[in-house]
Structure formats: C-alpha cells, structure tokens
Write a protein that binds this ligand. Structure first.
Ligand SMILES: Nc1ncnc2c1ncn2[C@@H]1O[C@H](COP(=O)(O)OP(=O)(O)OP(=O)(O)O)[C@@H](O)[C@H]1O
Ligand SMILES: [Mg+2]
Length: 254
C-alpha cells in the first residue's frame, strides 16, 4: 500500500512578476503570479493608476514589452503624471517597450481591437485602466449568449436587458478573458463607489480575477492603506498596510 507522505511532494511555486512597489513583492511571495489578472480596486484618488505605473515601469526596466489600455483620451497627461514619480514613459514609448492604446468607448470594435493587440503584441505586462467604464458600456447578448458585443451593430437582435446581471457578468468575463492570455500578466483597475462594501461597480469582476488589491484612504487620520484581499496560490496577510505616495518614490509600503 502506498502511504501518503512516503513520496516527496514536489510543488512548483508559481513564477512571479515584480510589482515595482517597494515592500509589496515580499508581501506577495515575490510578486503577482505569472499569467494572472489582478484587480486594483479603490475609491477615487486612492492611487490605482500609480500602482499601474509602478508595474509598467518595473517591466520597462526589465526590458519587457508593456501595454497600457485606457479609455482616457489624455494619454500625454498620463505620461506627464508618471514623469512626476520619475517614470520615463516617453522614452519607453519611443523604444517600443511601452504602448498606450486608447479605447474609444463610442466604438463597437474595441473588444476586437484589444483582443488583437494583446494577442499579436506579445506583451508580458498589460494594464487596463479602468475596467469600470468598459463594463458599463451598453452591450447586446447575441447567439443565445455565446457572443456579446457593443450595441451599435446589432439593431435587429433581441438583447438581454442592459441592466441584467447576466449581461454584465458575461461582458466583464469577456473583457477579462482577453487579458487571460498565457503570455501576459495583467492589472485591471476598478472604481469602488464611495460608501459601499462592494469591490467594484459591476459587482462581478472581483469573483472572476485571480487577485485583488484594495486601496483606501482614511481622511481623518490623513492615511492611505493597501490591502491584499486575495491572490491565487499566495500566502499573504489580510491586514491593511499603511502606504504613502511621495513625489520621488511614488507608492511605498510603510
Ligand atoms: N506627487 C504626489 N505626491 C503625493 N501624492 C500624490 C502625488 N501625485 C498624486 N498624489 C496622490 O495620488 C492621488 C492620485 O493617484 P491616482 O491617480 O493613482 O488615483 P486613482 O485611484 O487612479 O484615481 P481615479 O479614481 O481618479 O482614477 C491624488 O489624488 C493624490 O492624493
Ligand atoms: Mg486612475
């Protein structure tokens, strides 16, 4: 009879991708698990975009290919913000290490555009900032639910009601699936409405991702916090940690 424990158990630890934030890698057993999707959730102004800046900057330093997907038209603004923390994204764009892709929410082709860019671009780090406006786009569910597309090109079809939880869930799943390419490790930001205990406005993405970082502020104490709510295959603390944002260093775990 084979007894459990006689054979040496060999477990291969997940490969890790550095977060670029001082003190965070050691809290995550080395970084985000490779090929994972992590939600960076928080109320407005809590540092979600800055977490993404650190992540891409670490990739650039490592000579990796990075993609920043955004529905914010002001890409030069983002580059300017990043520069304040010492991240030189201008040079990275010129060297073809970093690509900014603007997602025009008015267009019904953005899913296809994203899909092609992520698949063909061979990026190792991808950021989607933010998932929230994308998940709230009007969509139609087609072909008995096998397909979900933005509304513009589907006049003749009967959609599921736009406010149905099934439609939102399918749409968010569709977006996240694009980022689940084996070759890339993704961060997705998500807005938490003030005063709720939800982790996203769509209330489903938190169940579909591999990891969740929650950013928070405590205005009365003038403090910022970061909490690792979940991270696949990782032993981590659930305790909120104090963080600070400074001009030279960006985000730092205190
Ligand atoms: N140079 C700086 N030094 C200190 N704190 C800063 C600096 N620049 C920005 N901040 C802080 O970071 C916040 C913005 O961070 P960030 O843009 O990452 O937030 P966000 O969560 O992405 O916000 P939003 O929900 O609006 O997208 C500012 O509101 C400010 O409190
Ligand atoms: Mg932001």
């Amino acid at each position: 009879m084979e007894r459990f424990g006689m054979q040496q158990q060999v477990t291969t630890p997940d490969k890790r991708v550095g977060t670029g934030i001082e003190g965070l890698d050691s809290m995550l057993q080395g970084g985000y698990p490779q090929s994972s999707v992590t939600l960076v959730a928080g109320t407005p102004g809590t540092g979600k975009t800055i977490v993404c800046f650190h992540y891409l900057n670490a990739g650039i330093k490592n000579k990796e290919k990075c993609l920043f997907l955004t529905s914010d038209e002001r890409i030069s603004n983002l580059v300017h913000q990043a520069k304040k923390f010492g991240f030189d994204f201008d040079s990275a764009v010129k060297n073809d290490q970093l690509t900014f892709m603007f997602l025009d929410l008015e267009k019904h082709t953005i899913h296809k555009q994203m899909e092609e860019e992520v698949r063909l671009g061979k990026y190792s780090r991808v950021v989607l900032d933010s998932l929230t406006p994308l998940s709230e786009m009007p969509v139609w569910v087609m072909n008995r639910g096998s397909e979900i597309i933005p509304s513009e090109n589907t006049v003749a079809n009967t959609p599921l009601p736009l406010d149905s939880i099934q439609a939102t869930r399918m749409h968010v799943r569709r977006i996240l699936r694009i980022l689940e390419e084996d070759s890339c490790t993704a961060l997705v930001t998500s807005e938490i409405p003030e005063g709720t205990r939800n982790l996203s406005r769509d209330s489903v993405s938190e169940f579909l991702v591999d990891g969740i970082l929650v950013l928070d502020v405590d205005p009365t104490m003038d403090r910022r916090k970061l909490t690792i709510r979940k991270m696949r295959g990782t032993k981590h603390t659930l305790k909120p940690r104090d963080i600070e944002i400074t001009n030279n260093q960006g985000i730092r775990i205190i």
